[in-house]
Ligand binder design. Sequence first.
Ligand code: ADP
Ligand code: MG
Length: 366
Amino acid sequence: MAEIQLKSLAHSYSKNPAGPEDYAIRQMSHVWHKGGAYALLGPSGCGKSTMLNIISGLLAPSEGDVLFDNVRVNELSPKDRNIAQVFQFPVIYDSMTVYDNLAFPLRNAGQPKAKIKVKVEEIAAILELEPVLHKKAKGLTADEKQKVSMGRGLVRDDVSAILFDEPLTVIDPQLKWKLRRKLKQIHEQFNITMVYVTHDQLEASTFADKIAVMYGGQIVQFGTPRELFESPNHTFVGYFIGSPGMNLVEVSREDGGVRFDDTFVPLSETLCDHIERVGSSNLKLGIRPEFIQVTDHASDDTHECAVRDVEDLGTYKIVTLMLGDRVIKARVSEDQDTEAATLHVAFPRQWLKLYIDEYLVEEQAE
Ligand code: ADP
Ligand code: MG
């Protein structure tokens, strides 16, 4: 396994890119550490597959370097990079048995027969492919075919990394959950560097120790699920992670804080100085629905809101509120009374985040 470093990487599918919008990957650097279980999470079209294909060598980047353990591999073929890649749709040999499909990468690597048998049987057991091990791949169900495809990626434990590109898309939802657990189990057992691409936050957080959130061709945050939740580094992370996502309100600068409509929010001197220095008018406040305090009585630090909708989700409720003419969402416990036409909300300072030009400004930022 290897540490994979992307250095000043950029990629455009266009021969003559006119501007940033012509880049599928906008210049970025990133390190996937050795042995980590990572997710690459982002919406469709943000550049996830492009990045994986650049790592595996299927695609040559327009700019920048790919380094495995500090050695530049740009010129190496996919085979020489020793990467296993699992795609969205099964890549298997229909005319071969499941056993031979799984054995294929090992035979290619010149491994001895006895070792191949042990390894194939081990992976077949984990993926529960034993009952079909000696059947031709052609007759398998779509789920089984994708399991074989994944198995082909997983049989070799001498690879630099295994890259999964939305591998569970075609899999039945119930089996999905099980396979994700299995992947995690395989990672714990063999400690291979794994990068798992998905557009599903639940899938990302159940598989990965650390998640890279990709947006507009760049990784905008790399952190644990908790870090992404508690401290989104970019408004996109706030909006994309969580259900519903972070409330984001455009605000304008004022002495000692920021304002939206009739609401003035005081900010620390550090943040005020920062706003002043950057001089941008793209200012937003963000707070997650989970951190908004909702009460039925007004106090000094609360703002009155009209209740527009209450959605009861069993163990909690999502309340949609109008703060002036802004819609905000708060998550409250199921036993909280939400019958009133107006409620009062408070924004605990600790959970109120300031974004300038879409990026988080930390309290301690200097
Ligand atoms: P994702 O995997 O996150 O959905 P992709 O990496 O496939 O995103 O695509 C990123 C961007 O590059 C998209 O705008 C997509 O349309 C474009 N793109 C992807 N593959 C090609 C290609 N072969 N030729 C031209 N444009 C492409
Ligand atoms: Mg893709």
